[in-house]
Ligand binder design. Sequence first.
Ligand SMILES: [Zn+2]
Length: 119
Amino acid sequence: MLTASCHCGAVKVEVPRKPRSLTSCNCSICRRYGVLWAYYKDADVRLVARSGTTDEYIWGDRSQKFIRCKQCGCVMQWKKLKVGEGTSAGVNARNFEPSALRAVRIRFLDGAKTWKYVG
Ligand SMILES: [Zn+2]
C-alpha cells in the first residue's frame, strides 16, 4: 500500500500499489495545479479524511471533482461524480513520498488540445 498525504497531514489518500506511470497534463486546470496524476480504479482509492477537512472543485461538464485539503490546499485527487464498475480516478502523485516515484515514467498528455499523449 502507498499513502499520499497533504502538507498538513489532515488528508490522506491510500492506493494499493506504486503507479506504473505518471501523467503530466497541460489542460486548463492541471497546468495550474501543477500536479502529476497516477491513475487507479476508483474502487482502489481510499480518501482518508475527517468530515469537513476537504473542499472540492467542480467545473465544466461537471463530470468530475477535484478534492483538496481545506487547511493546506494540497490537491489530492480527482474523482468522477458518477462512479460505476471500472471507473478510474486520479491521485496527485506529488503527495507521495518522492522515493515511491523513483524511476516511474512521466508521460505528457495534451489535455489542452488533442487529448493524446505527446511524450
Ligand atoms: Zn492539509
